[in-house]
Write a protein that binds this ligand. Structure first.
Ligand code: UD1
Length: 416
């Protein structure tokens, strides 16, 4: 298994380009299932989760032509509407095929994802929404089996804000008969990116980015060409890495617009940040100040940046409290950060982080995608060598991470 060897202490300096957003690309790849005409996408990140999704829709009969960071998907022939357990267990976002398959193919069999490292993560809202649209749904032998001749528009109010839940229902509603209204919808920029792609395919969607999304179903969708938005979590992660190492970086091919909550916290920590059109620059202060935060659905502070800010707080001046409200078990990086010398106390969904003057390199274990990113940030800031085990988690969500960090002057190496 690959590991990442980090010789800490080098401030990150220079410029790198940000990749396309994983969490926008995954639902957008599923949008291809809705049309018999080709969908051409650009700015597709090269990540394991993207390869998994391509394999999944490929085995359903979608033809896939990749060209650099672009891909053309042709779902003229859909033959096998099945998402098997082996794939869904490696990537929960596989559930995103459910809505489009029922809407276009009339049937889907998708494995229940089950729990994962950061929490139980049920998909009851996806099922409830499709049932409200008239799908006949049975859950048997660990699989969701959904059928519908044609889905019917419905008013759906989700019990909690769910990102992929909102996306799955939006995808399904595009081909339903009549109007669907999704209330309590997720407002994440990735939901808006999906809506923009679907609109380019001829869908009639309004309100994406607000908590009420309206979709007037159409008979069929056409092909389109669409560019995937930049990854705001990758952007935030490199900003944190630069902040933690006392560096100065410029990140290009990204947008400051969707990063307000993250930028606010970095400013509060004492960083100097400049946003330009298509780029963000950060200059770190000599010592960061602690910043307390609470995760919540967009536009509040994202749970996907909580671990990276715990790494920053571990070496900041002061005491920070971090409250995680989205996932019930998302502090596993804390004990690993403590192996590097961090002073962290966990009490349920609250963490208290007392900043220390210096972290020291050690062996640490990555447990999930964003936890891995926090260990890399801490390792870059620590004195001496850090070896991050199980970096396959990182490869799910960070494109060429060691190459990008090296380009910024970090001393990192992938070892086997
Ligand atoms: C998405 C993101 C993930 C991010 C998360 C929260 C993708 C591919 N992944 O995950 O990176 O951390 O949003 O911003 O976009 N819930 C239920 N029932 C449901 C659906 C969700 O109880 O049917 C709960 C979840 O367990 C969780 C909360 O709702 O506690 C929010 O989850 P959700 O927004 O659905 O997360 P994902 O879409 O899986």
């Amino acid at each position: 298994m690959d590991k990442l060897l980090i010789e800490g202490g080098a401030p990150l300096r220079g410029e790198i380009a940000i990749s396309g957003a994983k969490n926008a690309a995954l639902p957008i790849l599923c949008a291809a299932l809705l049309s018999s005409e080709p969908l051409s996408l650009s700015n597709l990140p090269q990540l394991n989760d993207i390869s998994t999704m391509l394999r999944l829709i490929g085995q359903m009969g979608v033809s896939i032509a990749r060209d650099g960071d672009g891909v053309t998907l042709d779902a003229a022939q859909l033959s096998n509407p099945l998402a098997p357990y082996e794939m869904v267990k490696t990537m929960r976002a596989s559930i995103l095929v459910l809505g489009p398959l029922v809407a276009r193919h009339g049937e889907a069999r998708v494995s229940l994802p089950g729990g994962c490292a950061i929490g139980a993560r049920p998909v009851d809202q996806h099922i409830k929404g499709l049932a409200a649209m008239g799908a006949e749904i049975h859950v048997e032998h660990g699989y969701i089996h959904a059928k519908a001749k044609r889905l019917k528009g419905a008013r759906i109010c989700t019990d909690m804000v769910t990102v992929t839940g909102t996306e799955n229902l939006m995808l399904a509603a595009c081909l339903a008969e009549g109007e669907t209204i999704i209330e309590n919808a997720a407002r994440e920029p990735e939901v808006v990116d999906l809506a923009n792609c679907l609109s380019a395919m001829g869908a009639r969607i309004s309100g994406a980015g607000s908590d009420t999304v309206r979709i007037e179903g159409v008979e069929s969708l056409s092909g389109a060409a669409y560019r995937i938005m930049p990854d705001r979590i990758e952007t935030g992660t490199y900003l944190c890495a630069a902040a933690a190492t006392g560096g100065e970086v410029r990140l290009t091919r990204t947008q400051a617009g969707s990063l307000d909550a993250i930028i606010d916290k970095l400013l509060e920590a004492g960083c100097d940040i400049q946003g330009e059109s298509g780029a963000i620059s950060l200059k770190a202060p000599p010592r960061l100040k602690s910043v307390s935060l609470r995760t919540a659905p967009y536009p509040a502070f994202p749970t996907d940046m909580q671990a990276q800010f715990m790494a920053i707080n571990a070496i900041a001046d002061g005491v920070a409290t971090i409250r995680e409200t989205i996932f019930e078990n998302r502090f596993m990086h804390a004990v690993e950060l403590m192996r590097l010398g961090a002073d962290i106390q966990i009490d349920g969904s609250n963490a208290t982080v007392r900043g220390v003057a210096q972290l020291e390199g050690a062996h640490v274990m990555a447990t999930d995608l964003r936890a891995s990113a926090s260990l890399v940030i801490a390792g870059l800031a620590a004195q001496g060598e850090t070896l991050v085990h199980r970096i396959y988690h990182l490869d799910r969500g960070y494109e060429r991470i060691e190459e990008k960090l090296s380009a910024l002057g970090a001393r990192v190496r992938r070892v086997n």
